[in-house]
Design a protein around this ligand. Structure first.
Ligand code: ACO
Length: 333
């Protein structure tokens, strides 16, 4: 991540803009406790969540992604017609085809761009960021939209107290473009399908079609198991991402992990030995766990709060169902 020599070619990728869409309806813990057997105190202390956003019918994945993307383009000062690639990451798209990204491209004025979807659960955004960055570095793409978007409420049972308070809706987007120096560091990513049953669906859609009575597929999660997997494994992943980027903890301005749970984030920061002055992104308190949308949403809030600035170094990290993870160091847009 060092400075380029004068006259260097623009064959690296960098972040140019970020944008967010948070659904209109905010649901606080007292309202949540009218749906599930829980207490406001339990939810706050166990997860760090005070309120979350739930999308209404008109706040579709395409609409939310388009709104977030439009704001990211405005931030970057780039017109939709200048975008040649759109990648959407989501784990809650219930429509097999056409790809969500194609509709988002049209909505943002980028009709004609290459557009495709990617699914890697809560690590989806950081996976999509690496794919977008690699396409730019290889010369296959220039201005690229990478969007994480979720309507978790479509696949969560509203009365299941193990998950209903945690997952929420929203969209976050970034614009990537070519640059003369690396603005998106090398990725560290992987998966452990042997632990896939720690977060999966209660049944398949074909099972639902042949027997609707037990209800549609919904998320089923062993929260304690995932918690342990994250705090035991992700510190090493973070160190690898820093090492690969040639960045030390002291050079970081911000830590922007997946907003899974405030306790997980705190424990990761402690075990990493993050210096006090490094800003730790907090979007979970008011947005809940928005899966693939959480890292760009947290980035947008952190920058809007002025807790980190343009061009400063941030460590991004996504983890979740799969189980899977993805991390990289970036220069903030
Ligand atoms: N209200 C009150 N009590 C509850 C609730 C609730 N909503 N839910 C569970 N409990 C009870 C349990 O029954 C248990 O009772 P017991 O001790 O008598 O058995 C007790 O509270 C503790 O339950 P735990 O599951 O151990 O609670 P924990 O402290 O682990 O917190 C949580 C649960 C918040 C879900 C946490 O485990 C977590 O956040 N895990 C990680 C989630 C995550 O990262 N998911 C993956 C990323 S998202 C993705 O990929 C889609």
């Amino acid at each position: 991540m060092s400075a380029p020599p004068p006259g260097a070619r623009e064959d690296h990728a960098r972040l140019l803009g970020v944008g967010a869409y948070r659904p209109r309806r905010s649901v606080d813990n007292s309202e949540m406790c009218r749906r599930i057997d829980s207490t406001e105190e339990w939810i706050l202390t166990r997860s760090g969540i005070r309120s979350r956003r739930f999308a209404e019918d008109d706040e579709t994945l395409e609409y939310m992604a388009g709104e977030a993307a439009g704001k990211a383009l405005a931030y970057a000062g780039i017109d939709g017609t200048e975008v040649d690639t759109v990648i959407t990451a989501s784990m809650t798209n219930l429509v097999q085809t056409p790809p969500l990204a194609a509709g988002v491209a049209t909505l943002t004025g980028a009709n004609g761009a290459a557009a495709f979807d990617l699914s890697a659960a809560c690590a989806g955004f950081c996976h999509a960021l690496e794919v977008g960055s690699a396409l730019i570095r290889s010369g296959s793409a220039r201005n690229t939209l990478v969007i994480g978007v979720e309507r978790s409420t479509d696949i969560v049972a509203p009365d299941d107290r193990t998950v209903a308070f945690l997952f929420a809706d929203g969209a976050g987007a970034v614009v990537l473009g070519p640059g003369p120096e690396p603005g998106i560091g090398p990725v560290v990513w992987g998966s452990d399908g042997e632990k896939g049953d720690a977060l999966d669906m209660t049944r398949t859609w074909p099972e639902f079609v042949s027997d609707p009575a037990p209800g549609q597929p919904v998320i089923r999660m062993d929260g304690r198991r995932i918690f342990r997997w994250v705090v035991e494994g992700m510190v090493d992943v973070a160190h690898q991402a820093l090492d690969k980027a040639g960045v030390t903890l002291d050079e970081l301005s911000a830590f922007i992990p997946h907003q899974a749970n405030a306790r997980i984030i705190r424990m990761l920061a402690e075990r990493l030995g993050l210096p006090e002055r490094v800003a730790i992104a907090d979007d979970i308190t008011e947005s809940g766990n928005t899966c693939a949308a959480s890292v760009p949403l947290a980035m947008e809030r952190l920058l809007a709060q002025g807790r980190a600035g343009r061009g400063e170094l941030a460590l991004l990290m996504g983890f979740g169902a799969g189980l899977g993870y993805s991390a990289q160091v970036v220069r903030l847009p």
